[in-house]
Design a protein around this ligand. Structure first.
Ligand code: HEM
Length: 276
């Protein structure tokens, strides 16, 4: 959870994206090295076999989620509802993928040499966003009949946990659009700062799905999401204590990490201990 602990991974990303051949231009006596800027989606184009396999696995993962909602859960309730099944299957697939992305970050910290698989984590994050985009679009279509103002029937997030989702969504959007090699290279050091926002986006999304309809998580796919979320939070706290401890808890990252833990505790207190 310590925002400073991401430095190695962002360095890995930046050095990997800059591995595009350096060309040396000689103008008169002057020799200058030109680092070509990667073209948009160059990484995905070069690695298209991986991208294709990842896409197929993701579609299968979502289809399993959808079939589980449509044929198992809704059927048990006596009504196989297409809208609810779409909303929930995209939600569960997206939230679980975000969890996998963050979990892979913490796994890579155990095994530094696995850092070279950073593109797997990035793919989970970007695909997670695609699922969540479809989740939001299907909510607007099937629950609010296209009227987005209906989402804000209350702006108190404890009465209306959609508000937590509304906070998380733009953060994940920014993460997704700044995930190309081109953006990583263009943003340089700013990339790391922007991507630290993920801790706040994740916080808002966790409370969104834990509070909105807890009963709908009481099934195998819901348990997968809950276990993944628990592992993400536990390993982030572990790495926070380990990394911040090494720096005597004196960095700005430590302060932000403590703030995030504090916000989790405050929101949990209001959500679970203060009578509504
Ligand atoms: C504008 C943003 C969002 C809106 C309007 C929205 C809306 C909703 C609604 C209405 C539900 C209740 C579904 C039901 O119980 O039938 C829901 C559930 C859920 N949402 Fe969102 N959401 C948003 C953003 C997000 C984000 C960013 C995530 C990312 C993790 C997310 C993940 C989930 C999950 C996992 C559920 C629980 C699924 C279930 O009920 O089985 N949502 N959302």
């Amino acid at each position: 959870m310590d925002p400073s602990i991401d430095s190695t991974e962002s360095q890995t990303m930046q050095t990997e994206t800059m591995k595009t051949e350096k060309t040396t231009e000689t103008t008169g006596t002057e020799v200058k090295t030109v680092k070509p800027q990667p073209k948009l989606f160059e990484g995905a184009r070069k690695n298209w076999k991986f991208v294709l396999k990842f896409l197929i696995v993701s579609i299968v993962f979502w289809l399993i989620q959808f079939a589980h909602q449509y044929y198992v859960l809704n059927f048990e309730l006596g009504d196989a509802n297409l809208g609810i099944s779409l909303v929930r299957s995209f939600a569960l697939a997206g939230a679980t993928y975000f969890g996998f992305a963050l979990l892979s970050s913490t796994i890579f910290k155990w095994k530094r040499e696995w850092n070279r698989y950073w593109h797997v984590r990035r793919s989970f994050g970007v695909m997670g966003f695609v699922f969540i985009l479809f989740h939001v679009l299907s909510v607007i279509q099937f629950y609010f009949s296209g009227d987005t103002s209906g989402i804000f029937y209350s702006i108190n997030p404890f009465e209306n946990p959609i508000i937590f989702g509304v906070i998380a969504f733009p953060i994940f959007f920014i993460m997704a659009i700044t995930s190309t090699d081109w953006a990583v290279n263009k943003l340089g050091a700013k990339w790391k700062i922007i991507h630290r926002l993920v801790y706040f986006g994740y916080l808002a999304s966790v409370f969104h799905f834990l509070l909105i309809n807890p009963k709908s998580l009481m099934n195998i796919m819901g348990y997968l999401l809950i276990v993944t979320t628990f592992l993400v939070l536990a390993s982030e706290v572990f790495w926070f204590i380990k990394t911040a401890g090494k720096r005597n808890f004196s960095t700005l990252g430590t302060g932000i990490g403590i703030l995030i833990i504090f916000v989790y505790l405050i929101i949990s207190y209001f959500a679970y201990f203060v009578p509504k």
